[in-house]
Design a binder for this molecule. Structure first.
Ligand code: ZN
Length: 102
């Protein structure tokens, strides 16, 4: 007979940690991922909004958008897309693991 090293519940077989603790760990991991990606997406949104404001504030007749603004917009866009993509992926796997455990 073994006892779970996290919650001291008796468990069967060779496992060192019980299923509910493994599940908790998985859920915590995906939650952390979602938070990280959420922050990345929020950061990207702020950068994009800032860039839009900057471009709008450009004086009329200015030829083109300054390179740094183009670069910042690209970075912001990538952060939003990457962040939302990662967020969706983490949410999906979180739900998938929950479904599998149920
Ligand atoms: Zn446990």
């Amino acid at each position: 007979m073994t006892v779970c090293s996290s919650c001291s519940v008796e468990i069967q077989g060779e496992e060192k940690v019980c299923k509910s603790c493994v599940q908790d760990k998985i859920t915590a991991t995906w939650k952390r991922q979602m938070r990280t990606y959420g922050i990345v997406a929020a950061f990207g949104t702020v950068v994009l909004l800032y860039d839009i404001a900057q471009v709008r504030a450009l004086p009329h007749g200015t030829a083109g958008i300054p390179a740094y603004l183009m670069a910042a917009t690209a970075v912001g866009g990538l952060a939003v897309m990457g962040g939302l993509f990662g967020l969706a992926l983490a949410a999906f796997f979180n739900a998938w693991h929950k479904k599998k455990a149920a």
